[in-house]
Design a protein around this ligand. Sequence first.
Ligand SMILES: Nc1nc2c(ncn2[C@@H]2O[C@H](COP(=O)(O)OP(=O)(O)O)[C@@H](O)[C@H]2O)c(=O)[nH]1
Ligand SMILES: [Mg+2]
Length: 291
Amino acid sequence: MEIQHGTINWFPGHMAKTRRLLQEQLRRVDLVIEICDARLPHSSRNPELNRMISGKRRVLFINKTDLADPETTKRWMSLFRSMGEDVYPITAVNVRSKETIAVIDKMTKEIVDKAHERGIRKNIRAMVIGVPNVGKSTLINRLRSASITQTGDRPGVTKSNQWVRITPYLELLDTPGMLWPRLDDQEAAMKLCWIGSVPDDITDISQLTLSLLNELKVFAPESLKTRFHVDDLSAEGLGLMDAVCRGRGWLLKGNRYDYDRCCSIVLDEFRSGKLGKISLEFPEGRKETTE
Ligand SMILES: Nc1nc2c(ncn2[C@@H]2O[C@H](COP(=O)(O)OP(=O)(O)O)[C@@H](O)[C@H]2O)c(=O)[nH]1
Ligand SMILES: [Mg+2]
């Protein structure tokens, strides 16, 4: 098998369109809800965002906390809070809707109160943004289904303008994921591939899998032993993938290793949390670089 070591760079035309769309909608929203991935709280945040939404009220939801190491997530929360950010951990697939809506209410209370003083009942509009695959649509859908159950509203009414009513006074706007034009940091770019924010087909899947297996040796060696039955953690490069194939019995005719199967299953098991709660980056030493 040959492994391609290409540079990951991905900014299709529709992303530029997405950026324009977000900029247009920004004027109409009271709050920006940014979502990032708890396994990658720094690198799954779009660095362009600060410029785009300066002056807007914003809140950060760290999602997929079920897939990340809880202690590491706590440390990220402390770092972001120490920098003055409003940040809350969530698990969108199992969202606590009351708590989540309470956070949004708290963030927009001042606007609602001011309007109330003038005798106006303010309808709050919040835009949900983030890189692809962080759980934007899941969060909105789960909050919406919770509200349907509570209000007896009819399901399945798709709104053409994508605004989704969550409560009588709150609407959320789902948006397409947005990456930034230059993925300068290749290590971060690779990690964005692992969490599925960059499509697999723009990079070499075997390079992706090998680099993930190498990372697991450092951050989650137990998962290699228990899940893939790799005993010798000193294996490197293709040797590591061979060991995984042997461990799980992924063999083709003639005892050749089934690398295709290996790549797809390793990535799938990592993404679905079967390898454990694994954080891919840590807050220590990040203060200067996180804006
Ligand atoms: N384990 C886990 N998976 C999640 C969570 N939130 C979303 N997902 C999954 O992540 C994938 C992408 O979610 P989606 O809402 O489409 O992301 P979007 O691209 O940001 O809209 C889906 O397979 C979701 O089921 C979460 O809190 N935990
Ligand atoms: Mg979506």
